[in-house]
Design a protein. Structure first.
Length: 389
């Protein structure tokens, strides 16, 4: 059955969702179809880029403009949080039903409806999720709604660089995020599941603001070009280095870890370019640092450099954590660092949590360590090799 066929099961004219895919009228179309499915009141919500709120994209005026719901990983909700989100919504609107907008294993928004046939609303939500995900490339309406305050240019670039925050690949779950989201903009993470394994990357450009965002943007482009040109890890590092080197400035460099994890062999191979070393998290939450032959940051010294990989056998059920120095170097009001001991303590405390739950726990711990705004990006990329967790 085609997407248009499935939409027609909701309402004869529901195929207009696909016709409105490239239009700012998409939210209004979703609401009209919700009412056609029997809802007497409805609203469509998306998650803000920090994962802290549901923000109304469109809907009846009786629905709040915003629900405080610090449960997302960036603008996505993992499946285990949906019950909590339902409780939050029900506390304000007791007769409301919450229907997640699923794209694979992450919700990109929620439809909140009072009344209506459950099956038809679920079918509508499935198609609305697809339309919302694809339509965001054609209109600013969805992106605008996800921002509860003004975002600076560097952070906007950063947001556009990032892949989905929650994903399932062969043999593993992935969750990742960058805080604070609305400013700074020098960090990035990236991943891709290819024939040669799961590629992973976390990078941190020197400085802040537009310069850092420009370096990061160039680095991500160079990395993806290298991957798509069938490069090795070492060749990918050289490609990113050359791109950064050609910028020319003495302070225009970045640190990064580029890695490939092979599901069948469990082998993790990585190249460390002046970046914090990867962490290995055991099933019981024990944390150890993976020792590597690190080298200098990218973009420094000379155009041609030598990069060497390190390899390690990851056991089934262990987790791999790549992160930026904004995590351990977060300071409280007295100047004390969050530090690696608190990173390890947080990871041990959520050993049985889902991948997304562990990322949220670490983000909340870093944010809660001080009332002051983050002065540096705090980036986390977690791979859980236990697909049942």
């Amino acid at each position: 059955m085609t997407p248009a066929d499935r939409i027609s099961n909701v309402h004869d004219d529901a195929s207009e969702l696909l016709r409105e895919l490239v239009s700012h009228r998409l939210p209004a179309t979703v609401l009209r179809e919700a009412r056609a499915a029997g809802a007497h009141r409805a609203a469509l919500y998306v998650i803000d880029i920090d994962g802290s709120c549901l923000i109304k994209l469109a809907g009846d005026e009786q629905f709040p403009e915003l629900f405080q719901a610090p449960l997302g990983v960036g603008p996505e909700l993992p499946s285990e949080t949906i019950g909590e989100v339902q409780d939050i919504v029900a506390s304000k609107i007791p007769d409301a039903r919450l229907v997640p907008l699923w794209v694979r294993d992450r919700a990109v928004g929620v439809l909140v409806a009072c009344g209506g046939a459950s099956g038809e609303l679920r079918g509508l939500a499935d198609q609305a999720a697809l339309a919302l995900e694809l339509g965001s490339g054609y209109t600013d309406v969805i992106h605008r709604a996800r921002r509860r305050k003004a975002i600076d240019a560097a952070a906007e670039i950063q947001q556009d660089l990032l892949p989905p925050r929650i994903a399932t690949v062969e043999g593993a779950h992935i969750a990742a995020g960058v805080l604070p989201g609305y400013e700074v903009g020098g960090d990035f993470f990236d991943y891709a599941e290819n024939d040669d394994g799961l590629w992973l990357a976390v990078g941190d450009a020197m400085g802040k603001g537009n310069t850092a965002a420009a370096i990061s943007s160039l680095a991500v482009g160079a990395l993806r070009a290298a991957r798509r040109n069938d490069a090795t890890l070492e060749q990918a590092a050289q490609t990113v280095h050359e791109a950064s080197f050609e910028l020319g400035g003495p302070y225009q460099f970045l640190t990064a870890v580029f890695a490939v994890w092979h599901h069948k062999t469990g082998t993790l191979a990585w190249v460390n370019c002046g970046h914090p070393r990867p962490l290995l998290v055991d099933r019981d939450g024990g944390v150890s640092e993976l020792v590597d032959e690190g080298t200098y940051p990218l973009g420094m010294f000379r155009r041609q450099r030598s990069f060497r990989r390190t390899e390690f056998r990851v056991q089934p059920g262990q987790r791999i954590l790549l992160y930026s120095d904004g995590i351990p170097e977060r300071r409280d009001g007295a100047g004390e660092l969050f530090g690696m001991e608190r990173v390890a303590h947080t990871l041990r405390a959520c050993a049985n949590a889902t991948t997304a739950g562990a990322v949220r726990a670490l983000q909340h711990a870093v944010l809660g360590f001080s009332p002051r705004p983050l002065r540096d990006d705090a980036t986390i990329l977690l791979v859980d090799t236990d697909p049942k967790r």
